[in-house]
Design a protein around this ligand. Structure first.
Ligand SMILES: NC(=O)c1ccc[n+]([C@@H]2O[C@H](COP(=O)([O-])OP(=O)(O)OC[C@H]3O[C@@H](n4cnc5c(N)ncnc54)[C@H](OP(=O)(O)O)[C@@H]3O)[C@@H](O)[C@H]2O)c1
Length: 253
């Protein structure tokens, strides 16, 4: 008998669900029956992803949202609640990356933007949906971290610390929300082939230097992450909270 994982009747929000890892997560959640609202700035990307994933049992609904703007998070949740349902699953996946290079060259504007999109967005979204999850008896929150949140990437001050910040949000929220059956977990990928990580994989020499040093000597694909998110979102993970799953081809081993 095939192993199945059901998210039927659940409503999910996946930020940055229109491409890359977020799209792979959306595909798996919708395959398992969840209705998934995908939210990011570029509506046409979201609409294209929704059309591509339209054959899944769950609906995929595009909603334009700049997650760094608190009022747009509020509008996203209101729209989800009115058009789809009360939120059961949140995947904080949107990301930006500024200020790569020497730490002393990081500006306040870069710091503010990285905090807004990578950290504050998650806080605003989670704090908005938790009261309703609590009333309805539970929920699942997934924060997309990175191995850079565990082992600093050279020249990546802001990225490293925003991802480490998400790891601590995961653990803090897990402790606080556990009594309401709201589980909070994270996923920390290694190098995955997406637009975001293009610098690391497009140049063959750079890619081989990285991938050749991994125990599993290949580039990760978005599909390597999607099922893990579906698992964490589901009742199969009912006793799991406060953890960040590392999916990195063995790098941190
Ligand atoms: N790829 C990797 O190697 C890797 C490794 C470790 C961790 N990760 C993590 O995995 C997650 C997904 O990354 P990815 O590689 O799939 O990146 P990606 O393909 O570049 O996707 C990033 C997503 O974030 C959205 N986004 C950016 N700024 C936004 C904003 N202000 N408001 C709303 N959405 C915004 C983008 O959509 P719009 O442009 O439409 O706004 C896009 O959908 C991230 O949290 C990343 O840190 C990735």
């Amino acid at each position: 008998m095939a192993i199945t994982l059901s998210l039927e009747g659940k409503t999910a929000i996946v930020t940055g669900g229109g491409r890359g890892i977020g799209k792979a997560i959306t595909a798996r959640l919708a395959e398992a029956g969840a209705n998934v609202v995908i939210a990011s700035r570029k509506l046409e990307n979201l609409e294209a992803a929704a059309a591509e994933l339209a054959e899944r049992p769950g609906r995929v609904v595009p909603v334009q949202c700049h997650v760094g703007e608190a009022e747009q998070i509020e509008a996203l949740v209101q729209r989800t609640e009115s058009d789809v349902g009360q939120v059961d699953i949140v995947v904080n996946n949107s990301v930006t990356n500024l200020g790569q290079g020497p730490s002393t060259e990081v500006t306040e504007a870069m710091l503010d933007k990285m905090m807004n999109v990578n950290v504050k967005a998650a806080i605003n979204l989670v704090h908005r949906v938790v009261p309703s999850m609590r009333e309805r008896g539970g929920g699942s929150i997934i924060n997309m971290s990175s191995i850079s949140g565990f082992q600093p990437q050279p020249g990546g001050l802001l990225y490293n610390f925003t991802k480490a910040g998400l790891n601590m949000l995961t653990r803090t929220w897990a402790r606080e929300f556990g009594r309401w059956n709201i589980r909070v977990n994270g996923i920390a990928p290694g190098l995955i082939k997406t637009d975001f990580s293009r610098y690391f994989w497009e140049d063959e020499k750079r890619r081989e230097a990285l991938v050749g040093n991994q125990p599993l000597q290949r580039l990760g694909q978005p599909g390597d992450i999607g099922f893990a998110a579906a698992y964490l979102a589901s009742d199969e993970a009912a006793f799991m909270t406060g953890q960040t799953l590392i999916i990195d081809g063995g790098v941190l081993a």
